[in-house]
Structures are given as structure tokens and as C-alpha cells.
Design a protein around this ligand. Structure first.
Ligand SMILES: O=C(O)CCC(=O)C(=O)O
Ligand SMILES: [Fe+2]
Length: 370
């Protein structure tokens, strides 16, 4: 097993810092790009998954494809009925789809990808100027690690709160590359507008007025996470990102045009998402599952790595404001149908989500009525 000492003194010190009055001990967490640079030909034990949790095997369904939705068709003259029906089925049957003609300039997507890659290629000391605290969720490092015996993902992350302003931690926004911040601002404004449009169409598929979600979400929370997966010497043993559903209402994911890695759980099998150039992957998060009383479900997904190529994903999470009370919308609970989720403030759920490890859809038990 690799024993290269790639954990910098700064990281080691951080691993026992205090958080919220308690000490979060996460043990040794290596920077995976440094592990990979050290040319190890095996991976440390903390990355090695138990049998069922490993990427390969019989439960990968290579022939299925998540639906592709043409947002241009949805916008055209009041909305194309067939495309809207396609979207409804995508939401109901998959919880995941790729969207083309989404209205965001391809050059902006390319620029965001280029600058994010440039950031991850910086020396570790430079990236550590934006440290994610143990148990924290913003900055450079590893989110969702809360104990010393937890398995680790083969991934480095840069996570940033974007909106509203009070969730921003400006000190964690990289000043190198020089254009990173400006580009992320422009990118985030475009993705936010796309989330608005998507939620309008999703409302329509449910028979609701298009402005229903915008009307209730208030000053919606928007955060971005860049996940960088370096090549892994044992992609058969590790996960890039553990299986989870997103705590958002909708998530918009940008990925490299030629590097697959995202997998979606459907009927018990993992379906790989094949990148479509300049398409964006959209998935429904836990908030929409609650609001629709489970008619639309958030869906488990994970990322796998490969031995030759690195991979980058740029992921935007869009969710209701923290003080918004969530619960099934009365219009979506049919007469005699049980309410499957309780009412709670989104902020309570968000706190629960970011203090729990990624473990399938377990986090949503918080809201379920048995
Ligand atoms: O990298 C990917 O494809 C998955 C990322 C993801 O699911 C997330 O960041 O929540
Ligand atoms: Fe996700």
C-alpha cells in the first residue's frame, strides 16, 4: 500500500481543529493529486471499498442512457408539448437528464472548465490558501469526512457558496488564476437563470403555474463545487465520489466532453452518463422529492475514476432559501394519499445534509414519515 507522506503539515494540523465547539477528528486525509504524483501503484487502505461498493461488476448497465432534453424546444412559442412530456417522464422515471440548447454560451462553459482545471493544477501550497476545515463544506479539500475510519473518495474539491451574499466566504475564492472569480460570477448568474427556467418547466410538468417554485424559494441558495478526479492506479477498488442524492432542488453539472465517470442508480443498476459536448446534466434534489410528495424522486448517483485520465465536474446546487418551509405541496397530494414527508425549514435540512456523510439516500430519512 502507498505510504507516501503527501499530507502537508498544514493539513495534519487542520485535521484536529475545533468545529462548533466539538473536535472533528478525520484522521489522515491525503490530497489525491499528490498521491497520484507520488506514482503509487496501489491505493491507501482508506480508499479501498468493500466488495459491493466497488465500481465494477454485474450491476453496471452500460446500454441505458439518461434522457436528453432540448430546452430550445421547451422555450419555443409557449412550450413544445412533446418536449414537455419528455421532461415529465425524465423527471418521473429518471430524476436525471442532459439538457441541450440550454442558452448558456459554450465559450463560457469552456472558460470555466479551463480556469477550474488551472486551479487544480496549482501547487498544493497555493491551493491550501483556501482550506476547507475538517467537517466543513467550503474551500479546497474533502467535504463530508467526519471520522477517522470513514472511507475516502478519490477526489479533490473546491466548494464555494455563491448566493445569497451571506453564505459567501470571499477569502476562499481563489485569486489565482486571475480570471477565476469574474468568470465564476458570470457562470453562476447564467446557471442561476437556467435553474429558474428549468424549475418553471418542471412546475408545468406537474400541472402547476410556472412561477410556483420561484414564488416559494425566496432568495434561493446557490453553491458550486468543482470535483477533480486524478487518474487512479486502482479504479476497480475506489470511488471518485460516494453514492448520494443531492440536497438541492435542482443540480446542474458540467463535465468534460470526453470523460465519463458519473453513474446514476436505476432499478438497482448503475447507468453511466455519457457526456454530450456542451450539454449540462441536470438532476432533481431532495427538496423537489419532498415538495412533490415523492412523485419526482432525487436519485442516487456516484462518480467512478479511471486509470488513464483525470476528470473534472463543475456542479451547481440550487435550493430554496434556508428559512423556506418545505413539505409536500397540497396540490400534489391527491385525496386520500398519505403525506410521505414532514414539514421543516430548508435550513434545518441543509445543516443535517452537510453534517452527514454521503451514504445513498440516507440523509432524506430526516424528512420521511414512515
Ligand atoms: O463528478 C460527478 O460526476 C458527480 C458530482 C456530484 O454528484 C456532486 O458533486 O454532487
Ligand atoms: Fe451529486
Amino acid at each position: 500500500m502507498a505510504s507516501a507522506a503527501v499530507c502537508s503539515p498544514k493539513q495534519q494540523q487542520r485535521q484536529e481543529e475545533e468545529k462548533d465547539g466539538g473536535v472533528v477528528k478525520i484522521g489522515r486525509v491525503d490530497d489525491v493529486q499528490e498521491l497520484q504524483r507520488a506514482c503509487v501503484d496501489d491505493v491507501p487502505e482508506r480508499y479501498v471499498r468493500d466488495g459491493d461498493d466497488r465500481p465494477g461488476g454485474a450491476n453496471v448497465c452500460a446500454h441505458a442512457e439518461i434522457p436528453v432534453i432540448d430546452a430550445g424546444e421547451l422555450r419555443r412559442g409557449g412550450g413544445d408539448v412533446d418536449e414537455l412530456e419528455k421532461l415529465r417522464r425524465a423527471c418521473q422515471e429518471w430524476g436525471f437528464f442532459q439538457v441541450v440548447n440550454h442558452g448558456i454560451d459554450g465559450e463560457l462553459l469552456d472558460e470555466m472548465e479551463r480556469l477550474s482545471r488551472e486551479f487544480f493544477m496549482l501547487p498544493l501550497e497555493e491551493k491550501e490558501r483556501y482550506p476547507m476545515a475538517p467537517g466543513g463544506i467550503q474551500g479546497y479539500g474533502h467535504a463530508f469526512v467526519f471520522s477517522e475510519d470513514q472511507k475516502l473518495d478519490w477526489c479533490n474539491m473546491l466548494a464555494l457558496g455563491v448566493s445569497p451574499a451571506f453564505i459567501r466566504q470571499p477569502k476562499l475564492w481563489p485569486t489565482t488564476p486571475a480570471d477565476f472569480t469574474d468568470t465564476l460570477e458570470r457562470y453562476s448568474a447564467e446557471v442561476r437563470a437556467l435553474c429558474h427556467r428549468l424549475l418553471e418547466h418542471i412546475a408545468e410538468t406537474l400541472g402547476l403555474a410556472p412561477g410556483t417554485f420561484a414564488g416559494m424559494f425566496g432568495d434561493a441558495v446557490q453553491a458550486v463545487r468543482m470535483n477533480f478526479y486524478p487518474p487512479c492506479p486502482r479504479p476497480d477498488l475506489v470511488l471518485g465520489l460516494s453514492s448520494h442524492s443531492d440536497g438541492s432542488a435542482v443540480t446542474v453539472l458540467q463535465q468534460d466532453a470526453a470523460r465519463a465517470g458519473l453513474q446514476v442508480l436505476r432499478h438497482g443498476a448503475w447507468v453511466p452518463v455519457h457526456p454530450v459536448p456542451h450539454a449540462l446534466v441536470v438532476n432533481l434534489g431532495d427538496s423537489l422529492e419532498v415538495l412533490t410528495n415523492g412523485r419526482y424522486k432525487s436519485v442516487e448517483h456516484r462518480a467512478v475514476t479511471n486509470g488513464e485520465q483525470d476528470r473534472l465536474s463543475i456542479v451547481t446546487f440550487y435550493a430554496p432559501a434556508y428559512d423556506v418551509e418545505l413539505g409536500p405541496l397540497p396540490e400534489l397530494v391527491a385525496d386520500g394519499e398519505a403525506c410521505r414527508y414532514r414539514r421543516f425549514k430548508h435550513g434545518e435540512y441543509s445543516r443535517h445534509y452537510v453534517t452527514s456523510k454521503l451514504e445513498g439516500k440516507k440523509t432524506l430519512d430526516f424528512a420521511k414519515i414512515n
